[in-house]
Design a binder for this molecule. Structure first.
Ligand SMILES: [Zn+2]
Length: 76
């Protein structure tokens, strides 16, 4: 099961950075957890946010990441 293949590269849907699509990249097709959460934030936007609120800033993204990491330990 160990063929040597050229790694498949995809463009991160958030920042368009090239991402190597591999099983070790848990954030694929995103380049990082941050971009993945940004995308989650984009769809959560309509349901959880009040229209007219400013876009998420870096601090909010970091908080989201922390919350997501905590949630991962929840056996939900
Ligand atoms: Zn990205």
């Amino acid at each position: 099961m160990s063929h040597t293949q050229r790694p498949l590269e995809v463009a991160c849907p958030q920042c368009r950075k090239k991402v190597v699509w591999s099983e070790t990249n848990t954030y694929r097709p995103f380049c990082s957890e941050r971009c993945r959460l940004l995308d989650l934030g984009a769809w959560a936007d309509g349901t959880h946010r009040i229209a007219g609120e400013p876009a998420m800033d870096e601090t909010e993204i970091d908080e989201m990441i922390l919350r997501a990491e905590r949630g991962r330990q929840d056996p939900e």
